[in-house]
Ligand binder design. Structure first.
Ligand SMILES: Cc1ncc(COP(=O)(O)O)c(C=O)c1O
Length: 453
């Protein structure tokens, strides 16, 4: 396997790169869809054998059987969950990251990559108007980003309580029920407790309700507040300015989860919704959601990265050479040690296109989202549930029951026409568009809405 055979090596590499090139340049992209375990067993069979299948057969298997059994999240009519629609440059550069054996954990090993990643992080920090000192790391996703930030928040709160001699061991996080499911899951990982703050009539976390919750449970029991800038179900941006004010008043860590919506910071038409984000102690945004990077990539940024370094640095004799250096070592700012330089595809695409192209692309998805909301309002068989803040549009088909939504979803997927799954809100089944793909057109929106008449 490791012997050098020029012809065989070329063939093996070409097979993979030819496929990658073809997929990267594919237009149109097939939607594809899952197959059953029985189907895959029958068609693909046992793929791991003692002798190996050889690159031709293994690649054939992937191309003709396994890949078509995976939905294309970059299809223009994939509007479920949060799609992933990387630029061609970002997706292509992911191949380079894999091919280059770059280690992204330390400056000593990956200075060039870390330098580039930090420039991409700087752009995001500037969008949020965080201070020059802000910095962070790209982690696999919003879940890990939220966990890493909350670990720092708790560590910092407890150190400060010890220094102040209060003896407090705060264990609570304040967030609304609309915060992402990962906040509750990660709190469980940390053995922390999430206290639900009621939302206002616009479904937002506000300073007034936050204050009431803190007073009810005792402010000294909290170590963080999680605000969301773009909830997953509705795209709601919390009232960050009033929340930040209350956090400052109580000396509480403000974490802003912008995993989906944080990209809206770049869009002038919605930037005002984020006012107050400049006070965040930590902030995340997933470039694999609305910043056109491939899976899996979350930008995690701290106002004072030193606090994160103290909370996360792993100590061991074999790491001293890294941890005792003054250089920027990304691994020290999140959970995990070994890391892929997963920010590089975003960096490359930003470097190629420039940030104006990002502003334009995000605005174009917002325009299509507003068009969708208008179309829903125009059609007498549809009803919007809420005016969209960002690019998530939630609506009901008047007269449909849950089984009708599911049957419609199944039919559209079986026809490889679109992928739009139902959601629920306050016990009601609804449907939802998440529009983050600049290739999703107004015609796509109309074509999907027509199928509900
Ligand atoms: C607001 C929000 N936070 C966190 C997450 C979790 O991110 P990930 O799936 O990248 O772990 C998501 C995912 O959709 C999200 O929308």
């Amino acid at each position: 396997m490791h012997s050098f055979d020029k012809d065989a090596d070329h063939l093996a590499v070409d097979k993979v790169l030819d496929y990658a090139r073809e997929r990267l340049l594919m237009d149109p992209i097939p939607l594809d869809g899952a197959q059953t375990q029985d189907y895959l067993r029958a068609v693909a069979g046992e793929t791991i054998t003692r002798q190996g299948l050889g690159s031709t057969r293994a690649m054939e298997l992937f191309e003709h059987t396994l890949a078509p059994a995976c939905l294309s999240t970059d299809h223009p009519r994939y509007l479920s969950f949060i799609p992933c629609a990387p630029t061609r440059e970002a997706a292509a550069f992911d191949v380079v990251v894999g091919a280059s054996s770059v280690y992204g954990g330390s400056w000593m090993e990956g200075a060039g990559a870390v330098y580039a990643e930090n420039q991409a992080l700087r752009w995001i920090s500037d969008l949020a108007e965080l201070p020059e000192s802000a910095g962070g790391v790209f982690v696999p996703g919003g879940t890990v980003g939220n966990l890493s930030a909350l670990v720092v928040a708790r560590h910092t709160a407890r150190v400060r309580a010890t220094e102040a001699g209060t003896g407090a061991r705060p264990w609570r996080i304040a967030a609304t029920d609309n915060a992402h499911s990962s906040v509750v899951s990660m709190a469980a990982v940390m053995d922390a407790e999430v206290c639900g703050v009621p939302v206002d009539e616009k479904l937002r976390l506000t300073g007034a309700e936050l204050r009431r919750t803190l007073e009810e449970y005792g402010p000294e029991t909290f170590f963080a507040v999680v605000a969301t800038s773009g909830t997953t179900n509705f795209g709601v941006v919390d009232d960050l300015a009033s929340v930040a004010e209350v956090c400052r008043e109580y000396g509480l860590w403000l974490h802003v989860d912008g995993a989906y919506g944080g990209a809206g910071l770049a869009a002038p038409s919605v930037r005002h919704l984020f006012d107050g984000i400049e006070h965040a102690d930590s902030f995340i945004v997933d470039p694999h959601k609305w910043l056109f990077a491939p899976f899996d990539c979350c930008a995690l940024i701290y106002r004072e990265p030193e606090l994160a370094r103290i909370a996360h640095t792993q100590e061991a004799g074999y790491l001293d050479v890294i941890t005792k250096s003054a250089e920027w070592n990304p691994t020290d700012y999140s959970i995990g040690l070994t890391r892929r330089a997963r920010g590089l595809p975003l960096w490359y695409s930003l470097a190629v296109h420039g940030t104006d192209a990002y502003v334009e692309a995000i605005e174009s998805t917002l325009e299509v989202s507003r068009f969708a909301a208008d179309e829903i309002g125009r059609r007498d068989y549809l009803e919007a549930v809420r005016e969209p803040d960002l690019s998530v549009v939630v609506f009901r088909r008047i007269g449909w029951e849950p089984k009708d939504y599911q049957a419609w979803t199944d039919r559209l997927l079986a026809e490889e026409f679109a992928f739009v799954v139902p959601t629920t809100f306050r016990g009601e089944t609804l449907t939802r568009f998440a529009i983050v793909n600049p290739h999703t057109t107004k015609e796509d929106v109309n074509a999907i809405l027509d199928t509900m008449s």
